[in-house]
Every structure is written in structure tokens, then in C-alpha cells.
Write a protein that binds this ligand. Sequence first.
Ligand code: SAH
Ligand code: DHB
Ligand code: MG
Length: 222
Amino acid sequence: MSSQLWDDVDFYFSSHLAPEDDALQAALRDSEVAGLPHISVTATQGKFLQLLAEIQGARTVLEIGTLGGYSTIWLARALPADGRLISLEYSAKHAEVATRNIARAGLERIAEVRVGPALESLPKLADENPAPFDLVFIDADKPNNPHYVEWALRLSRTGSLIVLDNVVRGGRVVDADSREPDIVGTREAIELIAAHPRLSGTAVQTVGSKGYDGFAVARVLG
Ligand code: SAH
Ligand code: DHB
Ligand code: MG
């Protein structure tokens, strides 16, 4: 199976099921012009996140790792007009691009980007005693994945959904001896989800225009 075929299939599905409107296309274009890396979710994955948030009846979403706000737009569109999405981003430059993209999509009253290392932003956010987040999308620096899962639990409620991106990484996740920090962090997160009494999770492998990867999904139990 070739990656050209994965690309073609992704194109077929996205053109029918997850077409990008002007705001999403412009978000990718401006991210490209600003020199951001090409690592946002694909359109089919963005639509999948949006559907998860809708199925969840989400009013509040926490995103860790904004980049240019592409996944942010898909997720924020699942929320009601008085819904709230907070997205945490380390890079001031990425956050600036994302904030413009979010505004162009007309979502500035729903989605807010906070700049800084997420492990500093998360305790500040917790101090504000926010309403529990109905869905948390973790897509930032992979070495911190176990910490992000812990924070997601802390900021959520029974029934909240936690989604973790990039858990396969071309299959490197199976290497128990890996010293690659991304792989170590992701394995720790998977094993934390597996062992945690308040989490029920699974992981799904994906192929597509971003190659071979996958995501984990976990539901917070009472
Ligand atoms: N969710 C985005 C892609 C995010 S890429 C989308 O699908 O459209 C990962 C992002 O995480 C990058 O923008 C990177 O700058 C950010 N990041 C890396 N380390 C971080 C940290 N410690 N805290 C917050 N964000 C971080
Ligand atoms: C990378 C990060 C991502 O969040 C992603 O979806 C793909 C790749 C990366 O750091 O390479
Ligand atoms: Mg990702």
C-alpha cells in the first residue's frame, strides 16, 4: 500500500465529507506563509474531532497545542454560541497566526489562545476554577503527554472525553526500548490511560495524507 493511495483516499473522503470552507483554507494558507510546520490534523481528522465534540454535547473544550488554529476551528464549530474553547500554545508566533485565523472564522468569542508552556498555563487555568471541560484534545509536545493526561483528568468531569493525537508515529510506539522522548512520553500516556481507574480508553491507527499515525481516546469514569 502506497502513501499515494492513502493520499488519494483521504482526498476522496475529505472532498465529500469534510470539505474545507474559506476560513479553514485560509488558516492553512496563512500558517504556510508564516512558516509554521505542516503538522495540523487533516480535514477528515478535524471533522472527526468536530463530530466527537458534537456527540459529546460539548460546551467547553480544552486544546493543548494550537499551531495555526486549524484543529481549533474544527472543534470550536462544534460548540454552541455561548460555548468556550481554550487552546494552549507555547509559541507566541503560532498563537498570533492562530488568533487571526480564529477571528477570520468568526470564532473569536468562542475560542481563545493562551501563550506559554502548557505546564505553566494549566495551573493558572486551574486557579480560575473553570467549568469542567467536556473534551480535551492533547496535541502538543509529546514528552509531556502523561502530564497532559493528568491535567485533562483534573480539569474534566465524569463523562468527559480525552483525545491524544499522534500516538503511533509510524509504528515507533511499539518500541519499548526507545529513548526518543516523544515515544517515551506517548507510551507513558497510553499506559497511564490503561492503568487509571477513572479512564476507559482505546487507540486507533490511522493512515492518510499525514502518513501512518493514530489517536487515543479515553472517557473519564465516575
Ligand atoms: N492542534 C494543531 C497542531 C498542533 S502542533 C492542529 O492540529 O491544527 C503542536 C503545537 O504544540 C505547536 O504549535 C507547538 O508550538 C506547540 N507546543 C509545543 N510544546 C508546547 C508546550 N510545552 N506547551 C504548549 N504548546 C506547545
Ligand atoms: C508532529 C506533531 C503533531 O502534532 C502532529 O500531528 C504531527 C507531527 C511532529 O512534531 O512531528
Ligand atoms: Mg498532532
